[in-house]
Design a protein around this ligand. Structure first.
Ligand SMILES: Cc1cc2nc3c(=O)[nH]c(=O)nc-3n(C[C@H](O)[C@H](O)[C@H](O)COP(=O)(O)O)c2cc1C
Length: 339
């Protein structure tokens, strides 16, 4: 039986390396979405760990990605994993050293990203085709990094090479302490359903390590089902947490035998206000601020009556303060109608 036996292990603390996570619900790394404001909001809503979007190990060594890190560290994000992508063991090891010097406690290696920018460099899910290279990379990172080292992968490259259990075993033997598996192959991108049977096979392949199950968890009850069907120690949530940080506290309430309520417009409004403040202090310039606000204003309006019309209007606004004001009045009006 892998690491404990209860179906509700995901709601329990996890001691790993020198860290203690209050639970094993994790905000997924998502490019342009798992930004500092979103990570802080997710942690406040109960996420046990948050992960940065994938940062290039090469760019980090050139100095290009360091701002991301300074931001996270200065906000005291202790339960934070920094995700790295790259293809060269030496470069990744060097990036690990730099991150360790800057106070990073947890590094996650990206073996899952399907986008051509990664694949052309032999990084992300391209590495799933090269098990021996994965071993060399993880071993090199392990040697240079004293903190927690984890790996996030897909089911495999394509339907003919669904080798996640083999890659998980190699990562475990060379020094990874936790594995996340998104149950889709690279060629599937985001199509179809995440394969829970494949996730279960990874759980069984590395019984000594905690495994996080990932893919298509959009409601608190999906967390329960995902953990039960796969035997995973924890669950990583991506798109389902965008504009819906309550998924974390909802799932934890279910585990405690309590109910949870669907987020109301008033709850969305309060969270949007906080989120907008965090975006204002984290963004480097107005353009960045508007871009991030648009993504989240749109996410907080999903599923509400009139949401589609609101999003069309919001996408055209170029001024951050006007966008916040419009979102505020949309959510306030929707809340008043529902009351
Ligand atoms: C916009 C977007 C950006 C993503 N960026 C990353 C990334 O930087 N690193 C990574 O490992 N996965 C990335 N992913 C994949 C997610 O972490 C996750 O594995 C995937 O979305 C499936 O989980 P979900 O169904 O809960 O969203 C990204 C996904 C999306 C939708």
């Amino acid at each position: 039986m892998p690491e404990g036996s209860s179906d509700l292990r995901w709601a329990k603390p996890l001691r790993i390396g020198g860290l203690e996570l209050p639970n094993r619900l994790v905000l997924a790394p998502m490019s342009s979405l798992s930004t500092l404001p979103a990570r802080l909001i997710a942690q406040a809503a109960g996420a046990g760990l948050v992960v940065t979007e994938a940062l290039s190990a090469n760019a980090l060594l050139r100095g290009a990605e360091r701002r991301h890190l300074r931001q996270g560290i200065s906000h005291g994000e202790h339960r934070l994993a920094v995700q790295l992508f790259g293809a060269e063991p030496g470069v990744l090891a060097e990036a690990c050293r730099l991150l360790a010097d800057q106070g990073t406690h947890w590094i996650d290696l990206n073996l899952g990203c399907p986008v051509p920018k990664f694949i052309r460099k032999g990084a992300g899910s391209a590495l799933m085709q090269h098990p021996a290279r994965v071993g060399s990379i993880v071993a090199a990172m392990r040697e240079s990094f004293p903190g927690v080292l984890s790996v996030k992968m897909r089911s495999g490259w394509d339907a003919h090479s669904r080798n996640a259990p083999e890659i998980a075993r190699i990562a475990a033997e060379t020094g990874a302490e936790l594995i996340t598996i998104h149950g889709r192959t690279r060629t599937q991108q985001y199509r179809g359903r995440a394969d829970r049977e494949m996730i279960r096979q990874v759980v069984e392949a590395v019984p000594q390590l905690p495994v996080l199950a990932n893919g298509d968890v959009t409601q608190p009850c999906d967390v329960v089902a995902m953990a039960k069907e796969t035997g995973a120690a924890g669950v990583m949530i991506g798109r389902g947490a965008i504009g819906n940080p309550w998924i974390f506290e909802g799932a934890l309430s279910l585990a405690a035998g309590e109910g949870f309520c669907t987020p109301t417009a008033a709850m969305r409004l309060a969270s949007l206000e906080r989120h907008a403040e965090l975006i204002a202090s984290a963004a480097r310039n107005d353009r960045e601020r508007v871009r991030e606000l648009r993504r989240y204003a749109s996410a907080y309006s999903k599923g509400l009556s009139g949401g589609r019309r609101f999003r069309v209007r919001a996408m055209k606004i170029e001024d951050a303060d006007r966008l916040v004001a419009l979102t505020r009045s949309f959510l306030a009006e929707t809340g008043a109608e529902a009351a």
